[in-house]
Structures are given as structure tokens and as C-alpha cells.
Design a binder for this molecule. Structure first.
Ligand code: PHE
Length: 448
């Protein structure tokens, strides 16, 4: 991503592919189901969808428009529009720097699972202790995390991310078909219907402020918002391609995959736990513990498990490529650094910073905060604190510094802005007030 030769996507479709490649990843398949399971199922889903179509929509429009208007990546775009507010770009760039290391760790888990399936070890994976044994071994975690970081770095170094994106988007329909098959199977397991109900029907007695905060963080994370990524992508969007329509497509696609992943996993948790509700609170391990059991009971576990985890790996890679690209392109744009050297430093840096979250599961397992491991803490710091702050600042910036009109004008270059009223109300009033209220009440809850 070099300013002098800033190429554009070959029309809206290329943009949707790349943005969807960034958006669809571990957030949809690994993170969404465990949060939905933990925070009350239907009520979490309801808040999540509400947030996506209102706030997520508005923020994604704003970020894409800022990017297209300035032709700059996250770190520089704010600065270009207002020197005083350039610091938002710095916060936005810090976020992917914290996410990348732990994303690599989870990507490493996926590689380990994929390898074990391909080599015919499916029974091992379906055992209860496989996951905990894996976490207990820093060596194993390090090797797989290294492989994942190395692939990401290699793709960026060779500049082949477009190729990877195309390749994986061609395979995404296969992932969707496979996910539908597994989801249908999960739903029909004995005892699973209770899980379907739990997942879809909001039970207001499960409402919690923490759940709403988690839904908001997940919305940012899953849509790759509030960290400069969509700004960088917007800068590659041709002026004649319909911004509003493309944003709608990305949201629909991303949310559909998250729901599908939820349907693969949540009902199966009910089916396999024999009514033990505590299984729902498992957190980051949920997908890795539940899915192998589903595959095992389906039969053909080697084939299904291999194909599934390889596809998830691809989806994770396109996301991690976008995270590293955001870091590298921002630094190169801003400081004029050499792209290859910056990429290698980013690769080494993300590998090294991935070591503490790995050790947090074994050698440093006493280093917890309110029950959170180091990986959980990094995830919490970005998704529940820094991203809401960055989103809040972006809203204030758009509403009161550059003015909503400048975004309207940018959107209108290519089409009418149909949901302009919604956009204005969200950015000016609802989103800022909502974020502040949620942040304050969750701090109060944590203290009390
Ligand atoms: N949106 C990606 C996912 O759902 C994760 C991601 C986070 C991508 C941050 C880019 C930046 O997996």
C-alpha cells in the first residue's frame, strides 16, 4: 500500500471480497459462538444484530468514506483531515498491534487441529483433555503460533494478499455449505433443540450490561471496525462504486456466518453436556472442545474435520493478513519506512508479543485478572475498552469536527444515501451516548 501508486479495487466487487476477507475470520467462527453461549444466547444475538444494523452500519460508512475521501490509511487519514485530531489514528493503529499477537495464537490452535485431522488423529481431538493438554504445552503452542505468524508475514512480504484473498473467497462458499451441513446435524442431535431455543429466543432474565458491552466489542471486532482497517480499504475503493450497498453486503455476509457458526456450536453444547449449563461459560475453548465431538459423532471425522479446519485457517489468514497490512501500511505511509523491513519487524514483533498469552496458559497461569488469562486480557483491552473509545472518538470527529455533511458528500459521489437519517442520528447522538453509558456502567459493575 504505497501512496504514490495507490491502486484501486477493480470495482465494488473486489472491495467487498477484500473487506469480507478481513471481516470473516476467527471472530465469526470462534469468538461469536462462545460469547453468545456465555452471555445468554438469544438476548446476546438480539443486541448484536441491533448494533450491527445501526451503529456498525454507520461506523463502517464513516470509515470507508474517510478512507476514500483522503486516500490514506488509518494512521494518516485523521491527521490529513485535522492535525489536532490525528491522535485518533494512533489509537486506531495500536489496536491491531495488540490483536495480531493473540490472533496468531488462536490461528496456531487452528493449525494444530487441522494437522491432527489431516493425519487421521480425529479421536484424539474429540477427547476432553486434548485442548487442555495443548494449552499446557508452551512448546506446541509456540511452534504453531510461529507457523501462523510466518505465513501471514510471508504473504505480506511477497505482496500476494490479493491472490490469497481471491483464493479464499472462492473457497468460502465451501465453508458455508459445510457449516450448513454441520449446523443441521447439530440441531438434530438429541437434546439440541433446547440449545436452538437458547440461541434464538431472547430471555430477558439473561440480560447483563457486560453482555451488551461484549456484543458491542464483538460487533467492532467481527466487522474489523474501529481500528483503521476499513479506512485503509476505503482508500482503495473507486469513486464510482456504491458505498452504502457494499457496506450492507459485508454486514449481511459477516453476520450470516456468525449465526451459522453459533448454530453449529451452541446446540451441540446442550446435546453433549446433558443439560449441564455451566458448559456454556467455557469461553475461548468452546469451539475447539465442542466441534470435534460433533464431527466424531457425524462419522467421517477425518474428512469433515480436515476440510473444516483448513477452511477456518484460510478465513483466519485473510483476517490476520488484513491486521498486519493495517499496521505495516500505516507505519510506511506515516514515516516513509521501507515496506519489507517494516513487515519483517511487524512479523517478529507479533510473534514475540504472542509469547505472553501463550505462557499465560501454562508457566504464568497465576497471572490472571478477575479470572481472565493473559490472552483474555489482551482481547478485553482491545474489544471492550480501546475499540469503544476509538469508535467514540471517530463519532465525535465525524459529527463535530469534519461534520456529517462531508461524509454525505463522499457517499453521494456514487449513489443516493438512503439511510442518511439513521447515519446522522447514530453518529451524532445515539452511538456516543450509548458507548459512554456502556463503558461507565461496566466499570461500575466491575468495581461493585
Ligand atoms: N474481523 C476479523 C474476524 O472476525 C478479526 C479482525 C480483527 C480482523 C481485527 C481485522 C482486525 O476474525
Amino acid at each position: 500500500m504505497n501512496n504514490k501508486k495507490r491502486s484501486t479495487f477493480s470495482g465494488g466487487f473486489g472491495f467487498v471480497l477484500a473487506a469480507a476477507g478481513s471481516a470473516v475470520g476467527l471472530g465469526n467462527i470462534w469468538r461469536f459462538p462462545y460469547l453468545a453461549a456465555k452471555y445468554g444466547g438469544g438476548i446476546f444475538l438480539l443486541f448484536y444484530i441491533l448494533l450491527v444494523v445501526t451503529f456498525g452500519f454507520s461506523l463502517m460508512i464513516a470509515e470507508n468514506a474517510i478512507g476514500r475521501k483522503t486516500g490514506k490509511s488509518g494512521l494518516c487519514a485523521f491527521r490529513e483531515l485535522s492535525k489536532k485530531w490525528g491522535f485518533i489514528g494512533i489509537i486506531a493503529t495500536l489496536i491491531p498491534m495488540i490483536i495480531q499477537p493473540y490472533y496468531n495464537v488462536i490461528g496456531g490452535w487452528v493449525i494444530e487441529y487441522a494437522t491432527k485431522y489431516v493425519t487421521g488423529n480425529h479421536q484424539l481431538l474429540a477427547q476432553d483433555n486434548f485442548f487442555t493438554d495443548m494449552l499446557a504445552s508452551p512448546q506446541r503452542l509456540l511452534i504453531y503460533q510461529f507457523i501462523f505468524s510466518a505465513i501471514t508475514t510471508f504473504v505480506i512480504l511477497r505482496g500476494v494478499q490479493k491472490g490469497v484473498e481471491k483464493f479464499s473467497t472462492i473457497l468460502m462458499p465451501v465453508l458455508i455449505v459445510l457449516a450448513i451441513i454441520v449446523a443441521v446435524y447439530s440441531i438434530t442431535l438429541p437434546g439440541a433443540m433446547m440449545g436452538v431455543k437458547y440461541f434464538f429466543v431472547p430471555d430477558f432474565s439473561n440480560f447483563s450490561i457486560q453482555g451488551v458491552l461484549a456484543a458491542m466489542g464483538q460487533m467492532f471486532y467481527s466487522l474489523s471496525l474501529a481500528m483503521g482497517i476499513m479506512i485503509a480499504y476505503g482508500s482503495y475503493l473507486p469513486k464510482d462504486s456504491n458505498l452504502e450497498k457494499n457496506v450492507g453486503r459485508i454486514e449481511l455476509f459477516d453476520t450470516a456466518i456468525a449465526i451459522l457458526a453459533g448454530l453449529m456450536i451452541v446446540p451441540a453444547v446442550f446435546a453433549f453436556s446433558g443439560g449441564d449449563q455451566s458448559a456454556l461459560g467455557k469461553g475461548p475453548s468452546l469451539m475447539f472442545v465442542t466441534l470435534p465431538k460433533v464431527f466424531e459423532s457425524m462419522g467421517m471425522a477425518t474428512v469433515i474435520g480436515s476440510v473444516f479446519f483448513i477452511l477456518v485457517l484460510l478465513a483466519a489468514l485473510t483476517s490476520s493478513i488484513s491486521i498486519m497490512e493495517a499496521i505495516v501500511s500505516s507505519l510506511c505511509d506515516r514515516f516513509g519506512w521501507d515496506r519489507n523491513k517494516t513487515t519483517i519487524c511487524a512479523g517478529i514483533g507479533s510473534f514475540l508479543f504472542g509469547i505472553p498469552p501463550i505462557l499465560g496458559y501454562n508457566v504464568w497461569d497465576k497471572a490472571t485478572l478477575g479470572g481472565m488469562t493473559i490472552l483474555d486480557m489482551m482481547d478485553f483491552a482491545t474489544n471492550s475498552i480501546l475499540m469503544p473509545i476509538c469508535a467514540l472518538l471517530t463519532c465525535i470527529f465525524v459529527a463535530y469536527v469534519i461534520g456529517v455533511n462531508s461524509i454525505h458528500d463522499e457517499v453521494r459521489i456514487s449513489s443516493a444515501f438512503k439511510r442518511q437519517k439513521l447515519f446522522d442520528i447514530m453518529i451524532k447522538y445515539v452511538a456516543p451516548v450509548f458507548i459512554v453509558a456502556i463503558l461507565i456502567s461496566s466499570i461500575l459493575e466491575a468495581l461493585g
